[in-house]
Design a binder for this molecule. Structure first.
Ligand code: FE
Length: 197
C-alpha cells in the first residue's frame, strides 16, 4: 500500500507509537501539527541526494533517539520524518544515524556526544531529540545522516537549515536537503523525509 504525502504528514508526530516522545509533546502536537509539506517522494520519486560524509563520522554510535540527556545548553531541536522508498512505501527497520556539531560548532571526536542511531518503525518513522548545531568553521549549519535499509545502499548525506546566511557560501549546500523548521515555544521542530533505494 502506498502512502501519500498527506498521510505522511498527518501520521507523523500524532502517533502514540513514538514512545520516546514526552507526554507533553504528544498532547501538544496533535493540535499544533501538521508542519507544511516537505518535498517528499511524490514530487519526483528520486532518491535524496548524497552529500559528503565529512571528517567527523565515527562508526558504532549508540542506539538512542534522545541526544540531549546530558547536554546543557543549546536550542532544542526535535527532528524527524519518514524513510520511504521511491514508490512512497514506508521503509521499516531502516537504520537512521545522526552525527552533528554541538552548540559551539564542535564535534565530539573522542566520545559519542551528539551521535546516535535508531531504527525506523513500522510506519517508516524516525525522530531524534537533539539541538540546533553551531557553525563549524567554514561550513553552514548542517546535520549529518546515514540512512540504510536492510541490504540496501547507504545514503550518506547532510541536512541544512533554512534562512542561514552561510548556505549560499557553502558549496555543499543544496536546497533539496533543507529541513522544514517550525518554532514551537523555545524549541524547534524539524521535518525531513528520506527517500532511499
Ligand atoms: Fe559536519
Amino acid at each position: 500500500m502506498s502512502v501519500s504525502r498527506r498521510d505522511l504528514v498527518a501520521g507523523f508526530f500524532a502517533t502514540p507509537a513514538l514512545t520516546f516522545l514526552s507526554g507533553r509533546y504528544l498532547s501538544a502536537q496533535t493540535s499544533e501539527f501538521p508542519l507544511p509539506l516537505t518535498p517528499a517522494c511524490d514530487d519526483d520519486h528520486e532518491i535524496k541526494p548524497q552529500s559528503a560524509e565529512g571528517p567527523f563520522y565515527k562508526p558504532q554510535s549508540p542506539l538512542r533517539s534522545n541526544l540531549t540527556a546530558d547536554l546543557p545548553g543549546g536550542v532544542r531541536l526535535r527532528i524527524g520524518g519518514h524513510v520511504v522508498d521511491r514508490s512512497c512505501h514506508p521503509v521499516s527497520g531502516a537504520i537512521v544515524e545522526l552525527w552533528q556539531a554541538d552548540a559551539n560548532g564542535q564535534y565530539d571526536i573522542v566520545g559519542n556526544r551528539l551521535r546516535g542511531y535508531q531504527i525506523s518503525d513500522e510506519g517508516g518513522r524516525w525522530s531524534f531529540n537533539t539541538i540546533i548545531p553551531g557553525l563549524h568553521t567554514g561550513r553552514t549549519r548542517h546535520i549529518h545522516f546515514k540512512v540504510q535499509r536492510s541490504g540496501g545502499r547507504v545514503l550518506t548525506t547532510q541536512l541544512f537549515f533554512p534562512g542561514e546566511p552561510a548556505n549560499d557560501r557553502d558549496f555543499q549546500f543544496i536546497p533539496p536537503l533543507l529541513i522544514e523548521i517550525e518554532k514551537v515555544g523555545s524549541e524547534r521542530l524539524g521535518r525531513f523525509d528520506f527517500v532511499i533505494a
